[in-house]
Design a protein around this ligand. Structure first.
Ligand SMILES: CC(C)(COP(=O)(O)OP(=O)(O)OC[C@H]1O[C@@H](n2cnc3c(N)ncnc32)[C@H](O)[C@@H]1OP(=O)(O)O)[C@@H](O)C(=O)NCCC(=O)NCCS
Length: 220
C-alpha cells in the first residue's frame, strides 16, 4: 500500500476555493500562527463583533487564542460535527478567516458561516467575496439546502454583506455581550435564494478537493 498523502490523512487539506483574486485554503499549524499575528494586529475597534471575547487581551493572548481555537476544531472534527476553517488570501497575502460549520449535516443539509478580516483589509469588498466563496462550497460543493449566519445588530459591515447577498431574516435573540444585553440577528439563505442571486454576485469561482472531503465527512 502506498504511503498516505497529506490529503489521504486529512482530506480538508486538499480543498481550495478561488473566487476572483481571493483564495480560501485550509489552515495548518503554520497558517494558524500567521493568522494569530494578523488577528493580534487588530480586527475591530471598541465593539466586540464575536460571541466570545477572543480578541481581548495582549497581542500574544489574541494570537494564542487563534492558534488554540484552530487546533481544537481540528481535534473535534467528525462527520457529525465539523468546522471547515479556511485562511483567506488576496494575491497570496493572508488577510483573514472564513469558516463553515455544521452538526449532522448529512441529515439537515444546513451549515453556518462565520468570518473575520484583518482591519486594514475591511471595507474593500473582500468580505463579500469570501462569503460568496463559502456559499459556493456549501451549496455547489457540499449540496447544502440552507446556510445560516448571525451577527450583532450593530455589526454594520457583516449585516451589510448578508443583506447584499439576499439572505432572509431568521429570528433574533438577546444575548450577553461583555456584560451588556445585545441583540443578535440571525439570517438564512436557501438554495433557491442562492440560485436566484444576480449576475453581480457571480464572480469567477473554482473549487477543488471536494469529493474526498465529502467522502470523509460522509456527505452524499
Ligand atoms: C464583517 C466583515 C467580514 C465584512 O467584510 P468587509 O470586506 O469589511 O465587507 P465588504 O467591504 O465586502 O462590505 C460589504 C458591504 O458592507 C458595507 N459596509 C462595510 N463596512 C461598513 C461600515 N462600517 N458601515 C457601513 N457599511 C459598511 C459596504 O459598503 C458594502 O456594501 P456595498 O457593496 O453595498 O457598498 C469584516 O468587516 C470584518 O472582518 N469585520 C470584523 C469581524 C466581524 O465582524 N466578523 C463577523 C462577525 S459576525
Amino acid at each position: 500500500m502506498p504511503t498516505p498523502s497529506d490529503v489521504d490523512i486529512w482530506p480538508l487539506l486538499g480543498v481550495r476555493i478561488l473566487v476572483s483574486d481571493i483564495e480560501l485554503s485550509p489552515i495548518d499549524d503554520r497558517t494558524a500562527l500567521d493568522l494569530g499575528r494578523l488577528a493580534a494586529g487588530g480586527i475591530h475597534g471598541n465593539f466586540l463583533p464575536f460571541n466570545t471575547p477572543w480578541t481581548r487581551g495582549t497581542e500574544v493572548d489574541v494570537a494564542r487564542n487563534v492558534y488554540r481555537y484552530h487546533s481544537r476544531l481540528r481535534q473535534e472534527m467528525s462527520p457529525e460535527r465539523w468546522s471547515l476553517e479556511f485562511a483567506a488570501k488576496l494575491d497570496h497575502t493572508l488577510i483573514g478567516v472564513q469558516s463553515l460549520s455544521a452538526e449532522n449535516f448529512g441529515t439537515t443539509k444546513s451549515a453556518e458561516s462565520a468570518s473575520w478580516l484583518g482591519q486594514s483589509w475591511q471595507g474593500k469588498g473582500i468580505g463579500t467575496l469570501n462569503r460568496i466563496a463559502i456559499l459556493t462550497l456549501a451549496f455547489d460543493g457540499l449540496g447544502a439546502d440552507e446556510v445560516t449566519t448571525s451577527a450583532w445588530a450593530d455589526n454594520v459591515a457583516s449585516n451589510a454583506v448578508t443583506r447584499k447577498l439576499g439572505y432572509e431574516p431568521n429570528g433574533e435573540e438577546r444575548l450577553d455581550r461583555e456584560g451588556r444585553v445585545t441583540v443578535q440577528k440571525r439570517f438564512r439563505m436557501s438554495r433557491a435564494m442562492w440560485d436566484a442571486r444576480g449576475p453581480e454576485l457571480r464572480p469567477h469561482t473554482e473549487i477543488e478537493g471536494v469529493d474526498a472531503l465529502k467522502e470523509w465527512l460522509q456527505i452524499s
